[in-house]
Ligand binder design. Structure first.
Ligand code: PMM
Length: 360
């Protein structure tokens, strides 16, 4: 089942968050949307292409980046957020500053995406709690100028989980509603290639954070250097940024099939398709019949299958059931099945008759 986050779109598939960096220096698109009108046009374009949210940021977090003053960050993002929100586009603000988040929320943003998970500005969790909005809490070990020196782990998944757990506890203690928290492993932020791949393949463990409940997980793999290195030319030259979009789509399909709640991407259309493919995949998979996903194609009632327990996912053969598979959502975090939501991708999959002449 995909979790629902109150106040945010629920398309019944992995959400696709379009990146809109209003910066001169972001790593892959720096400068492209620095002009205000170009940024607004791009935001409308992303929404028109099917982005469920447009994530507006005014400060680059590329490795080595220095901070921009708060006044400059506000100048970059506020007019863009205000115009997009007024046009009906669901907008998130990518900021580490409570002052910027507060102004962005007043301008119409509905989600705070804080790559520092509340560490860069201690006022942020309280602000988010008071505003009652959704909050992306990313794993972060320090500002971009020297973050790669902190890419040292003995057990990257265990340490990222433990550090996120501590952040979530601190943020909830400040009054943030746990049902509004989205976790993000922070690919590329104090992580090398091997760290990123390890985290991507263990999303369920990140979502569970060591407890029974599951948090929604957002993945930001788009165009990142681990994809550039993976696709490097024989002489070692990394693939160009735009040349990483197909690999980004592949990661979206895999992450969404593994249960990611959202992906943050530069190019929307292929990723929306991938999220839809993943939803169909999850809907049709045998595990979905046990509760790890919706069950629109169920051929027999769960109770008819020997040893099955309604609502309980089937462990993979030969593997113990992960704690994240235990069906004990936190109070207030009981998502309805995607197939139950009218208009959702999975409801459509469940109800759509096969068209004549088309193989399913
Ligand atoms: N990555 C970047 C910026 N913001 N936010 C979240 N939640 N997760 C990310 O992985 C993330 C982010 C850096 O990428 P960009 O410069 O292309 O925006």
């Amino acid at each position: 089942m995909l979790p629902l986050v109150p106040g945010l779109p629920a398309p019944g598939r992995c959400l696709v968050v379009g990146v809109l960096n209003v910066t001169p220096d972001s790593f892959s698109d720096g400068g492209a949307w620095f002009d205000r009108d170009a940024a607004i046009r791009r935001g409308l374009e992303l929404a028109g292409q099917g982005a469920d949210l447009v994530d507006v940021g005014g400060e680059s977090t590329r490795p080595g980046a220095e901070r921009v003053p708060a006044g400059e960050e506000l100048r970059r993002v506020l007019p863009v957020i205000g115009t997009l929100a007024a046009a009906g586009v669901p907008v998130s603000v990518d900021t580490m500053r409570a002052q910027v988040a507060e102004a962005a929320l007043a301008a119409g943003a509905c989600l705070v995406n804080d790559v520092s998970g509340g560490l860069a500005d201690p006022q942020m969790p309280r602000l988010v709690a008071q505003a009652g909005v959704a909050y992306v809490v990313m794993h972060w070990r320090g500002h971009s100028h020297d973050m790669m020196q902190r890419a040292v782990y003995r057990d990257v998944v265990g340490e990222v989980r433990a550090e996120l757990r501590r952040r979530v506890d601190a943020i909830v203690a400040e009054g943030v509603d746990p049902s509004r928290i989205v976790l993000d492993p922070g690919l590329g932020f104090a992580k090398n290639q091997a760290h990123n791949w390890a985290l991507l393949t263990r999303l369920r463990e990140i979502a569970a954070l060591g407890g029974g409940s599951r948090f929604p997980v957002l993945i930001g793999a788009s165009r990142k250097s681990f994809l550039g290195k993976l696709l490097a030319a024989p002489d070692g030259t990394p693939r160009s940024f735009a040349g990483r979009d197909a690999a980004t789509v592949a990661v979206t399909a895999l992450a969404a099939a593994a249960g990611a709640w959202a992906v943050r991407v530069h190019e929307v259309p292929g990723n929306v398709d991938a999220a839809r493919v993943a939803m169909a995949w999850r809907s049709a998979s045998p595990a979905a019949r046990g509760g790890a996903g919706p069950a629109p194609f169920r051929a027999e009632p769960e109770s008819a299958r020997p040893g099955s327990e309604p609502g309980r996912p089937e462990p993979e053969p030969g593997r113990p059931e992960p704690e994240s598979a235990r069906p004990e959502p936190e109070p207030g975090r009981r998502p309805e099945p995607e197939s139950a939501r009218p208009g959702s991708e999975s409801a459509r999959l469940a109800s759509e008759p096969a068209r004549p002449g088309e193989a399913g």
